[in-house]
Design a protein around this ligand. Structure first.
Ligand code: GUN
Ligand code: ZN
Length: 434
């Protein structure tokens, strides 16, 4: 097979460790005039252009960008495919929002043609926003996941998804049964898990919409297959937390419900966690579970402020989630803009390097994929972005006043959005051009 070696020259930045653990300076690598070399879908070298160029063959194809920054692709650790058509639904908090808007919108995915149409729109939107890996909720219908994986596989994307399991406290037109959810999830696992760059996530929606029997079977699936993911919601809204106490009076609290059914673990990602207590954070950390921090959604649905410092204190893995359609943007740059404000409202700071970590390596660690994505280290997948310093007149003017990469990065995260993403590469292929 011919080598497909290519090189990209620009400023290059990637996160290599958690700033909360190693300090800011040791958390990143920055090459002001850098070179990234890819070969057969992977990164083969990264460094200063002046040093690397000499080692490359004279005829190698080099793409040179001015006023641009190469970063790893962004990782969205929580998003809902079937909510693409209901972003920005007015007026309700979580439980009424689900009944009023979400369930009717998700019901349309009974139709495979609709599922295929939305999967196409959804994947395009991910890529235009620079998201190269996402942990995705489908609807209760298996065809929502088939449609998504079919589209992702064509582009050789690294994606994780699962069919919602939901057998109570939802309209009849949108519920499965414990048994059917097990059988349908299993068929999807057999069809997709480990195929190309795709992975399956067992997906009980949240404790209130699953019977104990269904939660038991979700735990059983996790025990039957290696390296499966588990995704659900936890402690997002105070009414929801009270409801879980009523539904599971025998459990110590919300997390203990999931713990009891063996749903915690190294590939388990819990969305929101706004109202978790100290002990619950400790238990999540102890089991290697992760939290998806979803700031635009937590603001939009009036859910509350996620306590990132508490998670850091427990050394808990945290990734960033857009939570579209509770969240209001596919852009992880815009999500970081809101994350900064969440910290401000709690008297804390979110450094741009911590933000970069959350959107890339932190997300990869939450998904246990840090050997494959999240950095630009040689040997990892060539999933990367070219961010354009001149994306808008204001960005262009503002960045001319920036003197350091820290300032540039912070401004990109404050003013940036899909317009900032000039190109997105996945497995070395150009999958989005603005
Ligand atoms: N909790 C249960 N289902 C959902 C959902 O679809 N979105 C959000 N934000 N929270 C949920
Ligand atoms: Zn969600």
């Amino acid at each position: 097979m011919p080598l497909t070696r290519k090189a990209y020259r620009a400023a290059i930045l990637h996160s290599i460790a958690d700033p909360a653990v190693v300090g800011i300076e040791a958390s990143y690598e920055y090459f002001e005039d850098g070179l990234l070399v890819t070969e057969n879908g992977q990164i083969s070298a990264i460094g200063h252009a002046s040093e690397l160029l000499a080692s490359l063959p004279a005829d190698i194809q080099i793409t040179h960008y001015q006023d641009a920054l190469i970063t790893p692709g962004f990782i969205d650790t929580h998003i809902h495919l079937p909510q693409t058509g209901m972003v920005g639904a007015y007026g309700e908090q979580l439980l009424d929002w689900l009944n009023t808007y979400t369930f009717p919108c998700e019901s349309q995915f009974a139709d495979k043609a609709h599922a295929e149409e939305v999967a196409g729109i959804f994947i395009k939107e991910l890529l235009r926003n620079g998201t190269t890996t996402a942990l995705v909720f489908g609807s209760v219908h298996p065809q929502s996941v088939d449609s998504f994986f079919e589209a992702a596989e064509k582009l050789d994307l690294r994606m994780i998804a699962g069919k919602v399991m939901m057998d109570r406290n939802a309209p009849d037109y949108l519920t499965d049964t414990a048994e059917s959810s097990y059988v349908e999830s299993k068929a999807l696992i057999e069809r997709w898990h480990g195929k190309s760059r795709l992975h399956y996530a067992v997906t009980p929606r949240f404790a209130p919409t699953s019977t104990p029997e269904q939660l038991t079977l979700a735990g059983q699936l996790l025990s039957e297959y290696p390296d499966l993911y588990m995704q659900t919601h936890i402690s997002e809204n105070l009414q929801e937390v009270e409801w879980v106490k009523e539904l599971f009076p025998e459990r110590k609290g919300y997390l203990d419900v999931y713990d009891h059914y063996k749903l915690l673990g190294k590939r388990s990602v819990f969305a929101h966690g706004v109202h978790l207590c100290d002990d619950e954070c400790a238990r999540l950390a102890e089991t290697g579970s992760a939290i998806a921090f979803c700031p635009t959604s937590n603001f939009f649905l009036g859910s509350g402020l996620f306590n990132l410092p508490m998670a850091e204190k427990h050394n808990l893995n945290v990734g960033l989630g857009t939570d579209v359609g509770g969240g209001t943007s596919f852009s992880l740059l815009q999500t970081l803009n809101e994350a900064y404000k969440v910290m401000q409202l709690q008297g804390a700071r979110l450094s741009p390097f911590k933000s970069l970590y959350l959107a890339t390596l932190g997300g990869a660690r939450a998904l246990r994929l840090e050997d494959k994505i999240g950095t630009l280290h040689p040997g990892t997948d060539a999933d990367f972005l070219v961010l354009d310093y001149n994306a808008t007149p204001l960005l262009s003017y503002r960045l001319k006043q920036a003197n350091t990469i820290a300032e540039t990065l912070f401004v990109l995260m404050t003013l940036g959005d899909d317009r900032t993403v000039l190109q997105t590469y996945a497995a070395g292929n150009l999958v989005h051009q603005r």
